[in-house]
Design a binder for this molecule. Structure first.
Ligand SMILES: Cc1ncc(COP(=O)(O)O)c(C=O)c1O
Length: 348
């Protein structure tokens, strides 16, 4: 397509580049996109198989009603306080559509989820970054920023650090606009910002089934918030944004809380073991509240990442300051973590 046909606002646009997704059959150890190393509940797989029938000729529920009700029940909320998205990413996009348009500012601490900056460009909004440095605390400048939309990824990515709830609450209380707290990784953390929903009307929590439910391939997430905020998000979403298989899968996932707990416990346990081993090899680590570890190797990060890649192990490297020396490693199975550690012993 000739470049001149594309909107002028997208001149020089740098899209978000997702982590590498090689074909499943190639046998990579994928520790680069924070997927679950463990499979989803067998009840989810059965529910999806059962739903793969003639009814697929019909559109799904526009509000993903069965999933909305199951999630509301799980969090003791009313369904009107829940909206379902095609993954957490779509919920972030819906926040832009509803709360920040051309000329508005969108504030967030950095480093954080690199999707936010390209979304600002797409919506012709102005990024208002609030830089943080080690130990990656929430910057006090964020609260007073007058932006109509703010994002706080908590626990944060790529750092894995959890901002304490009182600091997040202070930022919410000081904000005149909406604060979206992206809790994609919160199930691996000791606490969430859920109690803020009882005290603030300008906050929404974004969650996903991609990490702690092992369902990144299904593309489903949800937002929890005050009725007005949820109504605004629902009003701008695509009509049938979540398909029938994802809806039944999400319901089954919510209903199998025992599987969910087991998955989270195993990842948290493996995280402790991997962190100990990496520290023993001379890595600097950020204490992780997520399903990944942010670590600075004792040798140049780019070389370490390339050497791991030669051994068919993928990790994530953001080649820019202030995190250029760091890598982000998804927690794998015990076996995958051992393969990583054996490769690192050779490389270092
Ligand atoms: C911070 C953050 N938010 C949201 C997401 C979105 O996840 P999904 O769209 O798979 O639900 C991710 C995925 O990696 C993430 O890292």
């Amino acid at each position: 397509m000739p470049k001149s046909l594309v909107r002028k606002a997208l001149d020089g646009f740098q899209p978000y580049i997702p982590g590498e997704q090689p074909p499943d059959a190639e046998g990579w150890v994928k520790l680069n996109t924070n997927e679950s190393p463990l499979p989803p509940s067998p009840r989810v797989l059965q529910a999806i198989k059962d739903a793969a029938n003639d009814a697929l000729r019909l559109y799904p529920s526009p509000t993903a009603a069965p999933a909305r009700e199951a999630i509301a029940g799980r969090f003791s909320l009313d369904p009107s306080q829940v909206v379902i998205g095609n993954g957490g990413d779509e919920l972030i996009e819906m926040c832009f559509r509803a709360f920040a348009g051309a000329g508005d500012t969108v504030a967030y601490p950095t480093p954080t989820y690199p999707l936010l900056e390209p979304l600002c460009r797409i919506h012709e909004a102005e990024p208002s970054p609030h830089p943080t440095e080690l130990p990656w605390e929430l910057p006090p400048s964020l609260g007073p920023d007058p932006a109509p939309l703010k994002f706080i990824v908590n626990p944060n990515s790529p750092t894995g650090a959890l901002f304490p709830t009182p600091a997040v609450e202070a930022a919410v209380a000081a904000s005149s606009g909406l604060v979206a707290i992206d809790e994609a990784y919160v199930d691996f953390a000791p606490h969430s910002c859920l109690p803020l929903l009882e005290r603030h009307q300008n906050v929404v929590l974004l969650r996903t089934f991609s990490k702690s439910y092992g369902l990144a391939g299904l593309r489903i997430g949800f937002a929890l918030g005050p009725r007005d905020v949820i109504e605004a998000l629902s009003s701008v979403k695509d009509s049938y944004n979540v398909d029938r298989l994802a809806i039944v899968g999400a319901v089954a996932a919510i209903e199998d809380e025992e599987h969910h707990r087991r998955l989270v416990d195993e990842v948290v346990n493996n995280r402790g073991e991997l962190a100990g081993a990496l520290a023993g090899m001379g890595f600097d680590l950020v204490p992780s509240a997520t399903n990944f570890i942010f670590a600075r190797p004792p040798k140049a990060a780019a070389g370490v990442v390339a050497a791991l890649r030669e051994r068919k192990i993928l990790v994530r490297h953001y080649d820019r300051e202030p995190i250029a020396g760091w890598i982000r490693i998804t927690i794998g199975t015990r076996d995958q973590n051992e393969r990583l550690l054996a490769a690192l012993k050779e490389v270092l």
